[in-house]
Ligand binder design. Sequence first.
Ligand code: HEM
Length: 173
Amino acid sequence: MPHLLNRQTSGEHLETLYAFSAWLAGTGMSLFIQTTTGLIAIIQTIHIAALATVAVSALLLSLRLAGRGFTSEPLARLAQRFVKTIWVMLVLLLVTGLLLIIAEPARTITNPAFYWKMAMLAAVVVITVWLSRVARREAERPSPAAVAAGVIALLLWAGIMIAGRLIAYTESL
Ligand code: HEM
């Protein structure tokens, strides 16, 4: 019985999501993006340029934490620079991502790949906040835990990119 109830509840949630998606697709903002030639492609291009910048910044930060590359620059200063770039690019990703959702909500808001992507994003944000603190505290010799967290962050960024691309190929619920 609890199993049946759960099913019913998740079915209701799904219906609400589909209704929200249909409403969003009919708003003026969505119709404007859908019907302006090239606008979706421009938004996607900005999204991809921002994610490439995030990936490079995260890679250089993780390499520096492991003592590989850019060792002539103090870790604290390098981390400050790259973490700031990551936050600025994340704002750009959030804005362009939201515009893509508004344009074509049915592609994302009922898609499991999208929720995997958001969960991994939440995890990597927490790790990056921690790493930027570590870089200030353990500027000379980061602990093995910090180096490992840098590797995990890279794996999460890769997972986010894969999930982002998979949205286009995954069936909605
Ligand atoms: C911050 C919140 C974000 C939101 C709301 C968001 C949302 C979206 C949306 C709606 C799409 C279009 C999916 C489709 O219709 O096929 C997309 C594509 C994509 N996103 Fe994001 N995204 C965000 C952050 C990120 C981040 C941080 C990364 C990677 C570091 C990323 C990587 C990608 C990739 C690789 C694609 C596929 C691009 C393509 O092939 O056209 N996104 N995202």
